[in-house]
Structures are given as structure tokens and as C-alpha cells.
Design a protein around this ligand. Sequence first.
Ligand code: UDP
Ligand code: LCN
Length: 806
Amino acid sequence: MSELLQAVLDSEEKSDLRSFLSELRQQEKKYLLRNDILNVYSEYCSKSQRPEEFYTSSELGKLIYCTQEIIQEDSNFCFIIRSKIASQEVYWLTSDLSIEPMTVQDLLDLRDRLVNKYHPNEGDLLELDFGPFYDYTPIIRDPKNIGKGVQFLNRYLSSKIFQDSKQLLDSLLNFLRLHHYNGVQLLLNDRIQSQQQLSEQVKKAISFVNTRPEDEPYEQFRFQLQSMGFEPGWGNTAGRVRETLNILDELIDSADPQTLEAFISRVPMIFRIVLVSAHGWFGQEGVLGRPDTGGQVVYVLDQAKSLEKQLQEDVLLAGLEKLNVEPKVIILTRLIPNSDGTLCNQRLEKVHGTENAWILRVPLREFNPNMTQNWISRFEFWPYLESFAIDSERELRAEFHGTPDLIVGNYTDGNLIAFLLARRLKVTQCNVAHALEKSKYLFSNLYWQELEEKYHFSLQFTADLIAMNAANFVVSSTYQEIVGTPDSVGQYESYKCFTMPELYHVTNGIELFSPKFNVVPPGVNENNYFPYTRTKDRVESDRQRLAETLFTLEDPAQIFGKLDDPNKRPLFSMARLDHIKNLTGLAECYGQSKELQEHCNLILVAGKLRVEESGDNEERDEIIKLYQIIEQYNLHGKIRWLGVRLTKTDSGEIYRVIADHQGIFVQPALFEAFGLTILESMVSGLPTFATQFGGPLEIIQDKVNGFLINPTNLDETATKIVEFITKCEQNPNYWNEISERGIDRVYSTYTWKIHTSKLLSLARIYGFWNFTSKENREDLLRYLEALFYLIYKPRAQQLLEQHKHR
Ligand code: UDP
Ligand code: LCN
């Protein structure tokens, strides 16, 4: 029995619970989410004239705080209680306050009944349960350690080496023998055949390198090492080789997690990486701000650059330079023949500023050229993934003259392709979600049938389940992306248990305590985005041109609005014009606050200015809404709306120009998975106000290096900004303080250097883990394949039939 429920029943508040339930019965909604529950409770408290402490400190208050959902059926209720992160309990409360625990199956049946999709006479629905596949893997216990998978795995593996050294060291020996580059054997040769020999030879080699000068190049003693059983890859100098051998020696002798990580991180096993970002417009110019093309493209491009650099450094340190080892990174995306002035119709494009990082674009097969020649919304992309993966495999093999060492998927489509490719190529698979749509759209699973025509969630959620379970490891940008916060469910957590009425029930969709989850936040491109105070790196003519564009230029084709007083403090935002980004909410907040209007102009860089120029439903709706708000609150003279597509350099300079004017950046999204614009604005030195829903909650420390806002509470948001401005007017240094702390926050925590060294270290450790436990995964992968062929593929085929007639 839930302790929280029991505490209410054991207290004098039992009658309050009864009255609260009766209040719930009056509600029109039968399915209440946390916000609704809090509203009903707050109404109940004020109606029954309870003292203020009752609201939070009573037993009932504590129960309500942890209740995520309440579902009413007849006059009874189901309470879903989440008293701890990543775990939920479900209870059935009858009107006479008897309480029964409910099983997950009961809960899913109840949800189906609620939408009239429960058919007990037709037999059971398919039930997906991934739980048994995780039984053999080590599991994290404490929820606060979720997302620190690799630390956990290192501890686990090193304790296994310690307890059962024979088996794991045998695996390690076999693992070290695996590696080669273009046919050249690395690390160990046939002279070392057993664990015993490895241990002896390592000691011998250490004594040998001890006699050499620290910085003697590896090439000069290569053959002596070879005769002892060691091939290239241990280091570029005697000093480095000694260090690596010493770490291995220590590992064999007394394994501990740090030594294991230090050693595996040095194993030269990753030279070729594929980053899959399949949908949308993937390019280096002229693609941002379009529907479906935002942060993911920025993330993948910057990651590719940084990975290449890190791989080059690793190759150098490992002493592989003379072997002509050339690390290569390929971004795999779709080729779009009608490319609207972008380079998305070009098969191969070099990533700017790199030696060997490329965008490889593979065309979709021509099922219907009306579709496949053009951009296809991410919600419609599903039928093309399998054939795209098959065609891409061929192209990748040709480009790499072999196979890659790591495949990283991005977003649902890229992750499914990564699964298909990794399976065929037998390579480590990593997933990056960017945004899981399931938690973005309320009730998206319960009402999937109604939403199917527009969103095809049945395909998307099935693909998510397959890819996230198949991945060797998952990189998330924040902790809450995995398991949320004490009062909100995480994005991955939302896949734990849900119903897709009449399609399937998911009773255990993902193991949140699995060490596969790792929080590795992205960075920001430091060449484009840097503090406004670094004047020597800024181009004066760009600054002037962009200041004119932002505040005064008259160009109705691209800019809406003329400012009465361009010198007022700019309140700035930049985002794609989709519903969740909520730029219209910011405009409304500004429209409702006379004080904000007095102090600031509102400047938005957002998508397009005209409905007829957009091919996306949500974008069109938002354009119409923004014009309505401008009229409704008569914002003429106070607002500028730039429908421009900025180059990368301009998008960096634009934040700095706003900072020159002591402006503010606001990110008002209803939900933001991570939010790269927040890093960009902070590193530019702009005091940043960002949504408290999602990733920004972890980026910004409220009132220390930025501010968190609740974008659904317009009044509160406006007050928070006005308070800041007033404080700046009283103390002109306040703006600088917040600005500097924002800059420090990014440099200390969100750089691509930190990201990629961690990512590569993960890839190596999970590669090793995969090698030692490979046979255990095959059953899971077979189950996932069955889901792919039996559920995903037929549905994708149906959608393809529809596409053929468009
Ligand atoms: N961006 C841009 N022009 C626009 C809108 C966005 O250059 O008109 C860039 C912005 O600078 C950022 C990215 O697109 O680098 C958006 O990433 P974010 O993570 O904030 O949101 P997403 O669009 O991925 O949801
Ligand atoms: C997608 C989003 O919606 C953003 O929140 C992220 O910052 C972006 O991808 C990069 O991961």
C-alpha cells in the first residue's frame, strides 16, 4: 500500500480525502493530469477555507503533490502516484475509501475503457514487455545515478575482473587482439596467446621502455616492441607507451573502475563514425528555421567537427600517424532533389573547417516522385527508412572502404536507421533523441488513432521502442530527459508503460535504471557564438549591418514592423515558428504588459512572414496567430518580426548586437528538450530568461546565471522580466553580473570538447561491454526485429500506399 495514501487514511484528513473525491466527481474531465489535479485541489482548499499550510504540508497535500494522474470510472478513481523519480504505483480508490493496488495491465485496460477501445471479448491485445531482456544486465539502484551509466559499468566490470579475473581478462585479451586499421594489426600480435603471456610481456615491455628517453618517438623502437608481442597503438612516444602499459599492468593486477576507464579510453578502436540525421533539410547554410530543421542539425554538424578533431588527437597520441590513419566522420542524411536553393541535392559535401568530415546524402527510392523529390515532414517519413538504410549501407561501405566503428542515430527516424545499419554492419549503436514526440503531444498515445492521419504516432512510438532498446548506449542532453524531475515524468520514462488502444499495450517499454543511459550535454560552437565583449573577434561592418536589420531597416519582404523608439532595451527571441516554441505566447505576454512595453521593444527572428510561403501546418497557424496578437494588443511601433534566414556568422553576431544594447533573450517554449539557443545567448553575454519546462531547468541556475520562467503564466513571466529590468536600472552593474555568470556557465559545462571526449570514451567502453556480453543481447535484438517486421513494416507499407497517390 502506498505510504502516502495510508498516511492520509490514518490521519484526521480522511474526510478531506472524501470531500476532495467528491470535488473530483464534479469535474467534467474524467482523466486529470497533474496540473488539473493541482487546480482542483487548490480550489478545494480555498472553498473549504483551509489554512495555507494545509495546501502543502498536510498528508493530503503530500499525496496530491505526488499524484501524476487521476482517472475516474463510475464513482471510483485510479490514482497514479509517483512518490520517487522513475517509479510509479497505481491504486484503485472506491467511494467508501477502500484501496486496492492495480496492476499495469489493469491500468492500461482502464485507459482503453476511457476511450471506448476496450474489447475483452476479442481476446488479449499484444503486450510488449522488454523487462525480461534486462534481467541479465546490471542495473543501477539509486535513481540519482540514472544517466551515469558508464561510471556504473566501469565499477561493475572492474569488480568482475577482480572477482572472476580469468573470464574477463580472457575477454580483454581477445578484445585487444581484435583491432586493426586497413588490414594493419594494432595493439597485440600472435606472440601473445594467453593471459599469462600478456601479463608477463607487459612487464617486460615496461622495463624496456623505461630504458628509453621519455620523448623518443615510437617509430624508433617499434620493432623491439613488436618482437615482444606489441603492435602500434600504445602511444606516440616512449613516455606515452609506458603510461598505457602501466595502466594495463595495474588493471591486470588490481582492477578498479578508474583504471579500467583510463585504459579502455586509450584503445584505438574508433576511426570511422556515422552520424545519422535523416529527415529534414540537412545542410550548412540556408536550412535553419525551416520546419523540422533546428537544433538537431546544429548539434550534429558541431559534433561532427569536434569528433573529427578529437579522433585526430587520439590517433596522434596513440602513435598511429605514420600508418596513415585518417579518421573520418560521415553525416548520413537524405538527398532532396528539389532543394529550394540549398545544397541538399548534392550527394557529398565537405563539412566546413574539417579535413575528413562529410555530409553524405542518399536519395529516397522513387516510390512517387511527388513525394520523394521534395522535403517530407518528419511525421511522414516512416515508409522510406528501411530502403534508405539498405541503400546507405552500400554507400557507406564504399565511402569508408570498409565499415564504420560507431553509428550514432539522431531523432526517431535516424535512430531506427542506426538500428538497421548497426545490425547489418555489426557495429556499436548510440542513440540521441533530441526530442521524443510522445511527451510533447498530450495524450498522443491514448488518442493515436484520431491523430494518426496527421502524425503517424503508431509508427513513431514503435520505432522509438525498437531503437531505444536496441541501442548499446543512449546519450541524453539532460537528466530529466530520461526520468524527469520530482514532479514531472521524463521523456524516456513516458515509454515505460502506455497503451496504444487496439494496437498494443506496453507494460515495460524501457529499463530506466539500465547503465545504457548517459547524460552528455552538447556544447556551443565557439567560433560563431562568443561574448559580445570580445570586440577584436567581431567584424564591425557585420555589427553595423545587423544592428540596422534588427532596429531600423525597412524591408517589407523580410521584416515586419517599424519601431517608434529603436533605443529601448530589446527583448529578443529566435526560434522556429512552431506551436511548442510559443513565440506567440511571448508576444501575448508582451502585449498584456504595459510595463514591459514601456521599457522594451520586442524583436523576434522567426521563420516566415507570410502564410503562403509556408508548407507546414503548424507554422501557418503560428503566423496567423502572431498577426492577430499584434492587432489585438496594438503592438505597432513596438515590435519587429524578422522573417529572415540568417547565415551562421550572422546568427552569432545578432545575439552580440542585442547584448551591445543591454538586451535580454527570452526562450518561452511550452516544452524544450534541451534548447541550444539558450547556450548561444548565454555565451554571447545576454541575460537569458528560459522556460522551466524541460532542459533549460538544468542549464540555468535560476537568478544566478539566468532566469527560469513559466511561459503558461504570462503575468508572472512579465513581472519577472520587469523586476530584472528595474533592478538593472537601479544598479547598472546587475546586467553585467548576470551576463558574466551566464558566460561562465557555458564555458565550464557546455563545450563540445567535453562532449566529444566523453562520447568517445562511452563508445569504447560500450564497445568492450558489447564484446564481452554479446551473446546476451541476441535474444533482445531478435525480439526487436520481430516488432520491426510484424508491426512497423506493415504500417509503413500502408502509409507508402497513401503516399503513392499524392
Ligand atoms: N536558428 C536559426 N535561425 C532561426 C531559428 C533557429 O539559426 O530562424 C538556430 C538557433 O541559432 C539554434 C537552432 O537553430 O542553433 C535551434 O536549436 P534549439 O535547440 O534551440 O531548438 P530546436 O529548433 O532544435 O527545437
Ligand atoms: C531538438 C530540440 O527540440 C532542442 O531542444 C534541442 O536543443 C535540439 O534538438 C538539439 O538536441
